[in-house]
Design a protein around this ligand. Structure first.
Ligand SMILES: Nc1nc2c(ncn2[C@@H]2O[C@H](COP(=O)(O)OP(=O)(O)OP(=O)(O)O)[C@@H](O)[C@H]2O)c(=O)[nH]1
Ligand SMILES: [Zn+2]
Length: 357
């Protein structure tokens, strides 16, 4: 695909323009990261599709992996001959982050500048409210509006029940049922597929994300791989994230199926998703109530009366615990990082003062 786009088609806006003024004055151009390859990036720009590398300076000044360009990021760059050198990442309006799988407590930005997060669960085997809560917390944390997609409804006889459950779960949450085999739900989904809007499609491996994206694009730009028959937990088939532009001009980001869905960041996102629990907690006797064994705990009282379900209560506690752990270890890592920087600085100073003869 060698198509060129105007920046507006890629989602450019006045806010980004303001942040870009200085870079523009220095002769830089703007582009949007479409693919994060192993050693470089594919960037969509008004000059077409470019291969980009990050400048040594950006590499050096980045505090962490999360500061480097990710899919969906706007970058300032210099272009020579279809090759770009990326000098900076423009401020992100929203961000979808998780705690990196395998590595302990490292933020992994999956994609940036997303307007809507399509959270896909398949109606046959993947449907799980507790998992949905995690995704909703991550959406809230990153400032992204969630849309729930119940997929493969052709494979589940009880999908209507699941829809009802989802709707009563949170009346404000948009929920769409979809089947990729019969195109059910595509029309309902189209209200989010708007020119210049960016959607990221997330969900477990095998729930039908790539198939859905291929349908939303009039011309398939990516082949869907088949999930192994026996492996219904889902095999990792998507190996890289990619950005696609649909015929009507909306911007879609595919993400690899997530096996390990770990939260990143604070309790703020949890509070936004579990407003029912937070409202109850305001009536707890102790300000720092943990809602586990305290007397006059309004949350426990609601649990007793059945107003709050056991599953939701357990889910809330579990996510809180994870966030606690994350906050304490992230704090630890930040301090360690700051200490390393001081040591390095002192070392450089020492070298400067004692040059080799
Ligand atoms: N019956 C049925 N099968 C579907 C539907 N959508 C997708 N599939 C099939 O489910 C399998 C997985 O679909 P993908 O689109 O690759 O799933 P994915 O979510 O992109 O998976 P990863 O790339 O691993 O994250 C494929 O064999 C699809 O043909 C659907 O609505 N109904
Ligand atoms: Zn309490």
């Amino acid at each position: 695909m060698k198509s060129t786009f105007t920046l507006e088609q890629l989602g450019w806006n006045n806010h980004l323009m303001q942040h870009f003024t200085n870079s523009e004055a220095q002769g830089f151009e703007a582009g949007r990261v479409a693919i994060e390859n192993k050693n470089n990036y594919t960037i969509f720009s008004s000059q077409g599709e470019l291969k980009g590398e990050i400048s040594g300076r950006l590499q050096y000044t980045a505090h962490s992996e999360a500061d480097l360009p990710k899919v969906g990021d706007w970058v300032s760059m210099q272009v020579f001959d279809q090759q770009a050198i990326i000098h900076g990442v423009l401020p992100r309006s929203t961000v979808f982050t998780r705690n990196a799988a395998g590595k302990r407590n490292q933020a992994q930005v999956i994609a940036a500048n997303i307007d809507y997060l399509l959270i896909v669960q398949s109606a046959d085997q993947n449907y799980n409210l507790r998992r949905l809560e995690r995704y909703l917390v991550m959406a809230a944390e990153g400032g992204i509006a969630p849309v729930v997609v119940l997929s493969k409804v052709d494979l589940a006889t009880d999908w209507q029940q699941k829809m009802e459950e989802l709707q009563s779960f949170d009346a404000d949450l948009p929920v769409i049922s979809v089947s990729n085999t019969s195109a059910i739900g595509y029309k309902a989904l189209s209200q989010w597929i708007k020119p210049g809007k960016t959607l990221a499609v997330v969900g477990s491996s095998g729930v039908g994300k790539s198939t859905l994206i291929n349908h939303l694009l009039d011309t398939p730009q990516q082949a869907t791989q088949t999930v192994r028959d026996k492996d219904d937990k889902g095999k990792h088939t998507t190996t890289r994230r990619e950005m696609f532009i649909t015929q009507n001009g909306s911007i879609l980001i595919d993400t690899p199926g997530m096996r390990e869905l770990q939260l990143w960041e604070s309790k703020q996102g949890i509070g936004q998703v579990f407003t029912d629990v937070e409202v109850l907690a305001q009536d707890c006797h102790f300000g720092d109530c943990s809602h586990t064994n305290e007397i006059k705990c309004a949350v426990l009282a609601a649990l007793d009366s059945g107003e709050l379900s056991e599953e939701r209560y357990q889910s809330y506690l579990k996510l809180q615990k994870e966030a606690d752990y994350l906050e304490s270890s992230a704090d630890f890592l930040r301090k360690k990082d700051a200490r390393m920087k001081m040591i390095q600085k002192a070392y450089r100073q020492h070298k400067k003062n004692n040059p080799k003869r």
